[in-house]
Design a protein around this ligand. Structure first.
Ligand SMILES: N[C@@H](CCC(=O)N[C@@H](CS)C(=O)NCC(=O)O)C(=O)O
Length: 220
């Protein structure tokens, strides 16, 4: 579904193969089968293309992903982008139907989006290293603490193979990239059986397979 060359009718997703926030949006686009063009922004080369004038106009926070709409308007923030996709293309839904389940899904997604990912983000880790601290230990400790909390909540929400219920939701879209990062930071996931179970189930689905970093055009 994603292509390297831009097609004027498509949404344009700019991101990086290993960016967890870009990865979430890729899963959502594939899950809804929305055609899109994927344009890589290299987060590391030459200090990071996210700091270029062009990318800063798209996202002044110097982050990916960005989603360019047909109108030329740009959206940033993966949670806002997924909410937009849900509105333009309601089925299949990225959220549970019931009010409590929907809130639980957003709770789990935000535990990762706000409570874990920003603490292990590239720019933050560079700052940690600049302060003379070990960025691997830093990342490891915050991811471990965060995912243990997610496991605890997920255990209480055990009503289906996914984090909340019988279909994948944005909570699962946030979880899968965070587990990948956990392994990069050598977090022991054996104490998180529920999260690993959910991961196994997600990996069976085509949308998750197509969104995986290693199969992206900019994978190294
Ligand atoms: N809350 C944002 C997070 C975006 C974000 O942190 N993106 C990372 C990659 S996953 C990034 O661009 N980092 C670049 C940097 O830290 O310099 C979202 O969900 O879109």
């Amino acid at each position: 579904m994603s292509k390297l060359k831009s097609n004027s009718q498509d949404l344009i997703l700019r991101g990086y193969w290993r960016s967890s926030a870009t990865w979430r949006v890729r899963i959502a686009l594939h899950y809804k089968q929305i055609p899109f063009t994927y344009l890589p922004v290299h987060l590391v080369k030459d200090g990071g293309e996210q700091h270029s004038q062009k990318e800063l106009q798209r996202n002044p926070l110097a982050q990916v992903p960005t989603l360019e709409l047909e109108s030329g308007e740009i959206l940033t923030q993966s949670m806002a982008i997924m909410d937009y996709l849900e509105h333009i293309h309601p089925q299949p839904s990225l959220y549970p139907e019931q009010a409590f389940d929907r809130a639980r899904c957003l709770q789990l997604a935000e535990m990762i989006n706000s409570g874990i990912q920003p603490l292990q983000n590239l720019s933050l880790l560079l700052k940690v290293a600049e302060f003379g601290q070990d960025k691997l230990t830093w990342g490891h400790d915050y991811i471990k603490k965060g995912l243990e909390a997610v496991e605890y909540v997920a255990q209480q929400s055990n009503g289906g193979p996914f984090l909340v219920g019988h279909t994948p939701t944005v909570a699962d879209f946030c979880l899968i990239p965070q587990l990948y990062n956990a392994r990069r930071f050598k977090v022991d996931l054996s104490a998180m059986p529920r999260l690993c179970e959910v991961e196994t189930k997600c990996k069976e689905l085509e949308a998750f397979q197509k969104a995986t970093p290693e199969v992206q055009s900019d994978a190294q």
